[in-house]
Design a protein around this ligand. Structure first.
Ligand code: A3P
Length: 438
């Protein structure tokens, strides 16, 4: 049956009008099809994601809005309300269009390099600027917590996609970013994760408790606040969370853990023989993704490093995080360590999930390769609002595992833009850790 434009128009208008009540904008006109979402209505990128998630919720269908927002591999600057309606109608009437075409998956030609490359000296300056945390919590009073799994990667490495794929396995509990291991105590965590961005980063722990106990957000927040008020150790908080899991393995993916080896070591203090998944991605893909995201604006530590361009900051985060992870891996027995690349995951989801299941000693489950099914069980909705899921909001723009996302950077960047230290580590990772030069 063909979907009528007027029905879709009603939904899109309703969603945008609901959003207008929640965002900071001067727009007071009557909404029309010709209104531009950024220039007229005052949308930011996060509002686009919220709009998309709400439209899909109301329609009960994934639309694949990534294609609407992209033109020649770049994000479009603006869109009219009418364009959103037309795209949605077209996709509903032609669902086969949402499936990646062979052209979209083809590897684009590399682009030329620009600007100076980073040096080892830059990395030293950068590392002192961000002053990585030195978490040193005591082991839990009742002894080490049961085994947990940590996904270790720099930000923008496809970690949200991997986390949601793992969450599809009933033997695993893989919530949104917890941001717990970086701190010795829950009050220290509360003090550090402050402001609007901090509030969002604390939501993963709230969402996890809601899921394990079948609690409301209010109940989960109350429990966390009581831990904060008592200055309880973060190890005790993990113990509380794991009590609600039964036999399921907790999977904590929080990219900022890799900012310091001390943070990573805390996992060994808190847990009984924890497992580690090192997720790697090509540095150019990570840098391009970082530049397109709002991370520079949102993360205070990134602002302190304004002496460097955003691509240099991204490159140094890639380098520093992967160096820390690889240094930490030296202390871990081989049977507790597994490396996987984003490039391999998107090109061979089933094979890579099978490998990870063997490593974690859990049965493979078919739902792992369907990350867009069952939002609630996978905790891809936020606590109060879908767009507030902590982690990558771009996850919502895709409607399936998209192999083209792994090579899109080649249209804009090349390895020639990378500094010597990065190229050295890239070669080591690609040959000794996991293939990322696909
Ligand atoms: P790009 O910005 O290059 O597109 P993280 O979760 O670690 O922040 O990683 C974000 C990256 O994962 C983004 O890369 C995002 O597009 C990619 N990603 C999210 N969902 C995806 C999917 N379904 N298929 C392929 N890539 C996905």
């Amino acid at each position: 049956m063909t979907v009528a434009t007027s029905d879709v128009e009603a939904i899109v208008f309703e969603v945008i009008e609901e959003l207008l009540d929640t965002i900071d904008t001067d727009f007071e006109d009557e909404l029309s099809s010709s209104a531009l979402l950024v220039a007229d209505v005052g949308f930011s990128s996060i509002d686009f994601v919220q709009m998309i998630v709400s439209i899909e919720e109301k329609l009960g269908a994934k639309i694949g809005f990534q294609d609407m927002l992209m033109s020649d591999g770049k994000y479009v600057e603006d869109l009219s309300v009418g364009q959103v309606v037309d795209f949605t109608v077209n996709r509903l009437n032609n669902p086969q269009l949402a499936v990646a075409t062979p052209e979209a998956v083809a590897t684009p030609e590399p682009a030329a390099a620009t600007g100076p490359t980073i040096t080892e000296q830059d990395v030293s300056v950068f590392t002192t600027l961000i002053k990585p945390r030195q978490a040193a919590g005591a082991p839990p009073a009742a002894g080490k917590n049961p085994r947990a799994v940590f996904v270790l990667s720099p930000p923008r490495s496809g970690s949200t996609l991997l986390r949601v794929m793992l969450a599809g396995n009933p033997a695993l509990f893989a919530p949104p970013e917890l941001h717990v291991l970086s701190y010795a105590s829950m009050d220290e965590r509360r003090a550090d994760l402050d402001g609007e961005r901090g509030d969002q980063l604390r939501e993963g722990a709230v969402r996890s408790l809601m899921q394990t106990r079948d609690w409301s957000a209010e109940q989960a927040r109350d429990l966390i606040e009581s831990y904060e008020a008592r200055g309880e150790s973060t190890g005790e908080f993990y113990a509380q969370l794991q009590q609600g899991l039964g036999q399921r393995l907790l999977v904590d993916k929080t990219p900022t853990y890799a900012f310091s080896v001390d943070i990573l070591r805390q996992a060994e203090t808190f847990f009984d023989n924890p497992l580690y998944i090192h997720l790697v991605r090509h540095p150019c893909g990570m840098i391009r993704s970082y530049e397109e995201s709002d991370l520079t604006r949102m993360m205070p530590l990134m602002m302190k490093s304004s002496a460097f361009s955003s691509s240099a900051v991204a490159e140094m985060i890639w380098l520093m995080s992967n160096r820390n992870i690889m240094q930490f891996s030296q202390q871990i027995p081989a049977e507790r360590w597994c490396a996987v690349s984003y490039e391999n995951i998107v090109n061979d989801p089933q094979g890579q999930m099978g490998r990870l299941c063997d490593f974690m000693d859990v049965d493979y489950h078919e739902d792992m390769i369907h990350p867009y099914s069952d939002n609630n069980a996978r905790m891809t909705d936020g606590v109060d609002n879908s767009s507030k899921m902590s982690g990558d909001l771009k996850f919502h723009l895709h409607s399936q595992i998209d192999p083209a996302a792994a090579t899109r950077w080649r249209q804009f960047c090349s390895e020639a833009m990378l500094g010597e230290p990065t190229l050295d580590l890239l070669s080591t990772i690609d040959t000794e850790v996991a293939r990322i030069r696909v």
